[in-house]
Structures are given as C-alpha cells and as structure tokens.
Design a protein around this ligand. Structure first.
Ligand code: 5GP
Length: 189
C-alpha cells in the first residue's frame, strides 16, 4: 500500500533492537484518514471472504481493528493481556511473548464472544516473530471458529513471523513488508 509506505519512510523512526516507531501516525497518535484507507485496503484484500468477527490483541491493534470493522460490518473482539491467575472456565487462554516489552503475558478472551459458527479475521499493527498472531490463532482453534486470515499493517519481513504463520497455511495480507531497516535506510519488498 503505497500511501502507507510513503508515510513509514517520512515519519517512521528505527530504534535499536529492530523496533520501528510509528507513534506519530499509528501507535500513539493515530492518523484516522490513513487508518480509514488501511481499513478499506483490508476490505479489498479480503473481498468475498465471509468474516463474522475481527479479532485483535490489546492494545495497539484495537483502533485499527475498529476502523477496519466498519468496512466489514462486524464486531471487534480483542484478547486481553492479564496478570491474574484466576482460572475462569468461561475464558479461552493462551500465553504470548511480547516483542516490545520482552515478557510473557497471559492472554484471555471470553468464550461468549467467539463461537464455532464464527469466521475470524485477525488484525494487528505489526508482525515480527509472530508470537502475538500465534496466540490469537491458538484462541481461534480452541474456540472451534474458522480462521479466514490475518491482516497486518506492517510486517518486518526480515523476522521470522510471516514465514512461520504462512507455513501453517494461514493467509497473511501485510500492507507494507519491510525487507531491511537501519537508522538511515529502510527498504520494502
Ligand atoms: P510478534 O509477536 O510478531 O513478535 O510482534 C508483534 C507485536 O509486537 C505487535 O502486536 C506489536 O505491538 C509489537 N511489535 C513488534 N515489532 C514492532 C515494531 O517494530 N514496532 C512497534 N511499534 N511494535 C512492534
């Protein structure tokens, strides 16, 4: 998606540890006209796919998922990161290793909001090593719902997540795939 790539080149900041900061338009301040275009592009790429729910994970996926959901006319559910050990049988649970915070989160979702009748589209801001998506895929499997694919705003193609998830047979549509990045250069696939 050219508009997104140009914005990453203009405003993205590469930080040590292979982290791309996009706080000025996606992760802290949110550029709504841009995210509207992102939502439309996801709709276009998943045209004809029978999505009944969009699933994302706290926190930065939520805004993007909500805007995208308006183009699919379906609810958004987000998996919650929790520290509580409260074993509630009405919850799907999994563990996710966080890329940016270097810790493991317990992630939960109420069984009320994902059923075997659902067709799920996963949405997230970044795909790096694939742990966040793997956690969401676990939850979808546990629920018995059908996974229709994943829409990612920025995939870091030099990390392994995209390959891992696609090798599982999951359709991944990334709007910008970064091949390489350093403090002074960034290239797309
Ligand atoms: P993964 O689980 O694929 O390793 O990482 C995906 C998650 O980590 C995303 O939900 C995103 O929040 C965060 N993340 C991974 N890489 C980056 C990055 O380069 N920049 C930012 N801002 N977040 C990232």
């Amino acid at each position: 998606m050219e508009l997104l790539k140009q914005r990453i080149l203009k405003d993205g900041i590469v930080r040590p540890g292979n982290v791309l900061k996009v706080d000025s338009f996606l992760n802290h301040q949110m550029d709504i006209p841009l995210i509207n275009e992102i939502g439309k592009e996801f709709r276009h790429r998943f045209e004809g796919v029978p999505v009944t729910r969009i699933l994302t994970i706290e926190a930065s996926g939520i805004g993007i998922a909500c805007i995208t959901a308006q183009y699919f006319n379906v609810p958004v559910v987000f998996a919650k990161k929790t520290q509580s050990l409260n074993l509630d049988s009405a919850l799907f649970r999994t563990k996710v290793q966080s890329f940016t915070h270097n810790r493991i989160y317990d992630v939960v979702l109420s069984k009320k909001y994902l059923t075997p009748d659902d067709h799920v589209l996963l949405i997230d801001d970044f795909l790096a090593n694939g742990n966040a998506l793997m956690g969401l895929i676990d939850i979808v499997k546990e629920s018995g719902a059908t996974l229709e694919g994943a829409g990612i705003v920025i995939e870091k193609g030099f990390q392994d997540g995209g390959r891992r998830i696609r090798n599982m047979g999951v359709r991944v549509e990334s709007l910008a795939i970064i091949d390489s990045m350093t403090e002074d250069s960034l290239t797309f696939r």
